[in-house]
Design a protein around this ligand. Structure first.
Ligand code: GLC
Ligand code: GLC
Length: 819
């Protein structure tokens, strides 16, 4: 069952009924001001940091879900009937409803009783505000008198404190009302230099700033007293819950439309401009007013929409494909890169499932996210690499997370996840392959953000490699530390106390738990580092990396192989994890695809065998689960992984992040059918038809789909902010379509199913646009099967790596013939 459809032309997803299984959201804003917006206008907004600078309140875990956010009421002043064009929170039946989620904007339209209201929500590029531009239309044959009410409930900045510290917060709320604008001033009197405001483009007929006055005692947002009455009382909040509620009245002739723009903004005042006049205690609103006035101008919002559209078209032009498979095309051309950008902007901090309170940016997460957007915004990728590397610890290790506001590492969520540093190598390599910008390696970068500690980035890279080599266990495999990519494989923690965090509880001393996964990742990273060292002419480092990769490969061959797949780990006392010897958790997904990427086991055929074992044991129609059999009970020696009920999350859920590794593995071992098959199993668009099972948005990936051991097999959770976005982008674009940046040029080596007759793509790469046409010469001819011939501007080349053209070459034409 579907709740809408794709409008590929406009790059929009159109939701046609408001009661989607879960809130289906969009992200507005890509710089400082971010707004999460659901299909019923729920969600919240913040400036840079979802916890510390929250503008409006949002209550997670609410019933019904997703109440809170942006309240818009239309009232028929002749009859007193009132309703929300976005359906929530009143849920009054609508005669028509659509929500169009586009790239950086959303349009929600609802109508009832001949009155139509269509609102465009967006965060204008470069600004710190959100706009709700509402067009109210009278579709009746008679004149109508209509009131439009816009309202927000302010958060008292720190979202955590706001939800807990009531003894203080019920007394601190302050507002200022001036010229129909509500300024939210809580704590401005003391140390804050910023405030929020809620304004409107039309003359205001009334306003309220006290929640109780607006809603009425014992009422909720689903039946505000002031809206029911049709007039706002002009209340001024003192403490309690400050809100901004504005009323506009409209007299509409038959067929007439009027536009009203509400703006919710954030203003920071520079030092010396806090009060006006200085020292008066009255905030200086000059800067805020300039922005407010700008959005009183008709046409401003249309200009912003155009600017957003143009920016997205430009960004997406880096890679466009026409394959004929709609699920491939719309994900590659629009939604997957869009999700990659959102994931980049937000890391894991704020979604409908991440409250924005708990998490900073993950070290390994940020490095992997980069793989999905580096081709679109290389300069921001560069900055991200330097920021992340500056949090690295002097021993080469990493804090598991860092705070976006301060860019400093924090160990509030633990440290000692021994895979972390290797991901930095992978990210740097991806940046270099995309851009060829070797100068980044010479950038001075701090250690643990300590002033004066700077050494060049290539030194960070070197220490990433040393970090693993300094921590080898009895089998010569890397020690796992607290966990590796699988945060929940806590082989050294032994937690017995309810509520203990697996991330921070002390490790039991003396552990020698080793990770076969990190071993594979290390080989991958060491090979990348070797190539980088070679480009820099550092033969000593190149040799060190090559030898390290070789001896790690030997250790994997000796102790990582289980017979039909790679083992996952060795536990605290040296027993195998992910082995046929185990009763549960015999085979894990993570190492199997990764070995192919690292080039391990390709010659002796082990990796092919491992990948076949995955297909046999772990693949389900809804994707590939993490391991089998699921852990039925809690295992002290394994940690959080066994804390989840079977089939969920790391305990045998389909952890979508890992699935692309198998797609890549299938592609590397030449199984084109297998690679695309896995790709389509978790592709959100391909799952649109089962939206009632999948439940999350059909336009973005979710972190997890419940595995076959779960009663809810096929149900997705935790959409949007997941490494799945980046890895799927890599798998489909670089390994299946085969358009892959390398240090010496662009490789074009598609691994697509025999049923594909060809495809076209354009890829911008280091200043040149590659027009790529792929055709299949002969179907199913065993003699030429698998061959790839590449012709560059009419001249056949040897192999599939297209040499870099003369700098400044605008276009290159590539024809590829698949045997
Ligand atoms: C979450 C974490 C990521 C981890 C994964 C598997 O997605 O953000 O860092 O690798 O879970 O545990
Ligand atoms: C990762 C995992 C999640 C776990 C969390 C904290 O995000 O995906 O399952 O609960 O880390 O350990």
């Amino acid at each position: 069952m579907r709740y809408g459809h794709f409008d590929d032309e406009r790059r929009e997803y159109v939701i046609t009924r408001p009661d989607t299984p879960l809130p289906w959201i969009n992200y507005l804003g890509s710089e400082d001001y971010i707004a999460l917006l659901s299909n019923t206008a729920g969600g919240y907004s913040f400036f840079r940091d979802a916890r510390l600078r929250r503008l409006i309140r949002y209550r997670y875990n609410n019933a019904p879900l997703d109440v809170g956010g942006r309240f818009l009421y239309v009232r028929d002043d002749d009859t007193g009937d009132y309703w929300n064009p976005g359906w929530q929170p009143m849920q009054r039946e609508l005669d028509a409803y659509t929500c169009r989620h586009g790239l950086g904007y959303t349009v929600i339209a609802g109508s009832r009783g001949g009155i139509r209201a269509e609102t465009t929500y967006l965060v204008p590029p470069g600004q710190t505000l959100e706009v709700w531009r509402t067009r109210v239309t009278n579709d009746r044959l008679t004149a109508a008198r209509v009131s439009l009410f816009g309202a927000v409930e302010f958060c008292l900045w720190d979202a955590q404190d706001d939800a807990t510290n009531f003894q203080r917060n019920l007394s601190t709320g302050e507002v200022l009302v001036e010229d129909g604008v509500v300024y939210h001033l809580t704590e401005y009197r003391e140390r804050r230099d910023h405030f929020a405001w809620f304004a409107c483009s039309a003359p205001v007929a009334g306003l309220d700033t006290s929640r109780e006055a607006f809603l009425g005692a014992y009422r909720g947002w689903d039946r505000p007293l002031a809206v029911e009455r049709g007039t706002l009382g002009g209340s001024v909040a003192h403490g309690w819950q400050p809100v901004g509620a504005l009323q506009v009245t409209l007299a509409l002739e038959p067929g007439e439309s009027r536009e009203v723009t509400f703006t919710l903004g954030y203003t920071e005042n520079p030092a010396g401009h806090k009060f006006d006049p200085p020292g008066s205690g009255r905030p200086d609103t000059t800067r805020a007013r300039a922005v407010i006035d700008r959005y009183r101008r008709a046409g401003q919002v249309d200009d912003d929409v155009e600017e957003l559209r143009a920016a997205w078209e430009e960004r997406l032009a880096t890679l466009q494909v026409a394959s004929g498979n709609p699920h491939v095309d719309r994900m590659v051309n629009t939604w997957n890169p869009y999700q990659c950008m959102v994931t980049f902007n937000l890391s894991r901090s704020a979604s409908m499932f991440e409250s924005g309170i708990g998490r900073g940016m993950g070290f390994r997460d940020s490095n992997q996210d980069l793989l999905g957007f580096v081709h679109m915004v290389p300069e921001r990728a560069r900055e991200r690499i330097l920021d992340t590397a500056a949090t690295q610890l002097p021993d080469g290790g990493a804090y598991h997370q860092y705070q976006p506001l301060t860019k400093r590492g924090n160990d509030a969520v633990g440290s000692g996840f021994n895979d972390d540093p290797a991901w930095l190598v992978v990210a740097i390599a991806a940046y270099l392959k995309e851009t060829g910008d070797l100068s980044i390696l010479d950038e001075p970068v701090q250690w643990d953000n300590a002033e004066g500690s700077e050494t060049p980035l290539h030194d960070h890279l070197r220490r990433c490699i040393s970090f693993t080599l300094d921590r080898l266990g009895p089998h010569g495999l890397p020690l796992i530390g607290r966990a590796d990519w699988n945060d929940c494989l806590n082989l050294n923690v032994f937690s017995e106390h309810p509520g203990d965090s697996f991330q921070t509880a002390p490790n039991r001393p003396g552990g020698v738990a080793e990770s076969v996964f990190i071993a594979g990742l290390f080989v991958l990273a060491a090979r990348e580092a070797e190539a980088v060292a070679r480009m820099r002419g550092d033969e000593i480092e190149a040799t060190r990396c090559r030898d390290a990769a070789a001896s790690m490969t030997t250790a994997i061959e000796a102790h990582g192989w289980d017979g039909a797949w790679y083992r996952r780990a060795y536990d605290h006392v040296g027993q195998p994890v992910g082995s046929a010897e185990n009763d549960e958790g015999q085979i894990f997904i993570e190492p199997q695809g990764l070995m192919a990427m690292a080039g391990v086991g390709l010659e002796d055929g082990r990796t092919r065998t491992a990948i076949a074992s995955v297909r046999e044991r772990l693949a389900t129609p809804h994707g590939i689960v993490v391991q089998q059999p699921a852990y039925a009970t809690y295992h002290l020696e394994l940690g959080e992984i066994s804390s989840y009920p079977p089939g969920y999350k790391e305990n045998a859920g389909v952890f979508c992040h890992t699935n692309p590794w198998l797609m890549i593995g299938e592609a590397i071992t030449g199984n084109a059918e297998g690679a695309l098959d896995y790709y389509l199993r978790i592709n959100p668009s391909a799952r649109e038809a089962i939206s009632d099972v999948h439940r999350c948005e059909p336009y973005v990936y979710a972190q997890m789909i419940a595995g076959r051991d779960a009663p809810t097999h096929g149900e997705a959770k935790n959409s949007w902010l997941t490494g799945t976005a980046a890895w799927n982008m890599v798998a489909i674009s670089q390994w299946i379509l085969g358009i892959r940046p390398e240090h010496d040029g662009l490789r074009v080596e598609p691994v697509v199913p025999a049923s594909w007759t060809g495809f076209r793509a354009t890829r911008q790469f280091r200043g040149t646009t590659y027009d790529i046409g792929v055709v299949r010469a002969s179907r199913g001819d065993p003699l030429t099967a698998g061959s790839v011939e590449v012709v560059v501007d009419g001249r056949p080349i040897e192999g599939t790596l297209i040499p870099l053209p003369v700098p400044g070459t605008p276009r290159v034409r590539i024809e590829v013939v698949l045997g």
